[in-house]
Ligand binder design. Structure first.
Ligand code: SF4
Ligand code: SF4
Length: 416
């Protein structure tokens, strides 16, 4: 197997085809969720200082991107780029959001812009007319019923459920079509809820299937590990514990962890799936692999923090920024970015070469402890032959006893 490396052209090409740019429009929030990724449990993010992104900052990066897009016509036809607003709580900085949308609407490049936002919905009643007018896709954070929502509290410790639920119901009543087409939910799984309850609550109240996320288990402060363990719940275990497991598993299907395992197995190891005709001729001995399952910089998105740091996404530590927006300029050096990324890949290459999971790895390198240090990091996801054989027999046995599932995975699911 040969090790893949990236270069400046690949980074540039990712930006030419940028699918999403996410702005952290403020680090302020009107809630103080007890498990917040920017709260007491974690380290690795910039100190929260109640800052608000200015239009000048946002304009600098938009102009920079437009210049690249205008001068490189290698972007795919009908390229879509999501402009996303994130926080803190983004609705606290509506002034900036409106200015960005006005500005983006004036941009004349051949791509379609789609707006989206992740919100806790506390201020939804105030801004819903505008969100509807601009068809902004909303991802509402709601963990389920009142008890399930009880980690998501106001600064005074009050459960946010009543207010959030009322706001979301108002939106649903006032704008049913928008609600149907542009609103989705994300629920965090923890000790006070379970997959089945979240799923049935959101479905019954709003007719939607939520995405269900686990708490991030990397970057936890050493003195908060016990607190984290008191709060954390595993999605797979929560599903298995459900009395209606089979039915629930079928309804969740694509967001069911098992589906993910089986798809990876079928696509990477079964020998039954080929992406295109060229893949039929791949020489296994010259297979080029990328250590870890980390996306190439900006191939999925670009994240801009309120302090002007430019990162690959919002889910990783702010220490891994790849560029910076200064008062007057955007500093992004494609060679430096490629070198930095390749250095991380090199650190993992030895382990990944002998890891049995290396063809279907989903481990993001930025979550591997010590990846930024001088020492060799140890990947927590490494799989030896015995573990791989267990995984393999689990997948094969499960597919053999569920032939209808095999047919569904092969015929109905498109993996991009
Ligand atoms: S899981 Fe295996 S292939 Fe993936 S990063 Fe870890 S060692 Fe490398
Ligand atoms: S978590 Fe890692 S792999 Fe996933 S989008 Fe972010 S940088 Fe890429």
């Amino acid at each position: 197997m040969n090790l893949r490396r990236i270069d400046a052209d690949e980074v540039k090409n990712n930006i030419v085809n940028l699918k999403q740019i996410t702005f952290e429009v403020t680090d302020a929030c009107n809630l103080q969720c007890q498990y917040c990724g920017y709260g007491d449990l974690y380290f690795g993010y910039d100190k929260r200082e109640l800052k608000y992104m200015t239009f000048d900052q946002a304009k600098l990066i938009l102009d920079y991107l437009v210049n690249i897009w205008e001068n490189n016509n290698t972007a795919s036809l009908n390229q879509k780029t999501y402009i996303s607003f994130y926080g803190g709580e983004p609705l606290l900085n509506m002034k900036l959001i409106k200015s960005v949308i006005d500005y983006v609407e004036q941009i004349r490049v051949s791509r379609n812009f789609i707006f989206s936002m992740t919100t806790n919905a506390m201020l939804l009643y105030k801004y819903m007319d505008y969100l509807v007018e601009k068809k902004i896709n909303l991802l509402i954070s709601l963990d389920g019923d009142e008890f399930s929502q009880s980690y998501r509290v106001t600064k005074s410790g009050k459960n946010s459920f009543e207010k959030v639920f009322k706001n979301v119901k108002l939106l649903q009543r006032m704008y049913p079509e928008y609600f149907l087409n542009h609103v989705n939910f994300n629920s965090v799984l923890h000790k006070r809820n379970c997959v089945e309850d979240i799923f049935s609550f959101i479905k019954k109240e709003f007719g939607k299937q939520p995405t269900i996320s686990e708490l991030n288990n990397s970057g936890i402060k050493p003195n908060m590990i016990e607190e984290f363990e008191r709060t954390y719940k595993n999605k797979r275990e929560s599903l298995m514990a459900s009395e209606n497991y089979e039915k629930l598993s079928e309804e969740l299907f694509l967001s069911e962890p098992k589906t993910h395992d089986l798809l990876l197995y079928l696509h990477q190891y079964s020998g039954n799936v080929f992406k295109d005709y060229n893949s039929l001729f791949i020489d296994e001995n010259n297979y080029v692999y990328t250590p870890s399952g980390t996306c190439s910089p900006f191939s999925k998105k670009m994240f801009i923090t309120v302090n002007g740091k430019i990162l690959q996404c919002e889910k990783i530590d702010h220490t891994f920024f790849l560029g910076q927006i200064t008062k007057k300029d955007v500093l992004l050096n494609f060679d430096d970015i490629a070198n930095k990324y390749n250095t991380f890949l090199d650190k993992l290459a030895g382990q990944c070469a002998v890891c049995y999971r290396n063809k279907s790895c989903i481990q993001c390198l930025y979550y591997i402890k010590g990846i930024e240090s001088d020492k060799m990091p140890i990947c927590q996801g490494y799989m030896n032959k015995d573990s791989f054989d267990d995984y393999s027999s689990y997948c094969l046995n499960h597919l053999a006893s569920h032939p209808e599932l095999y047919a569904k995975l092969m015929n109905d699911v498109i993996v991009e």
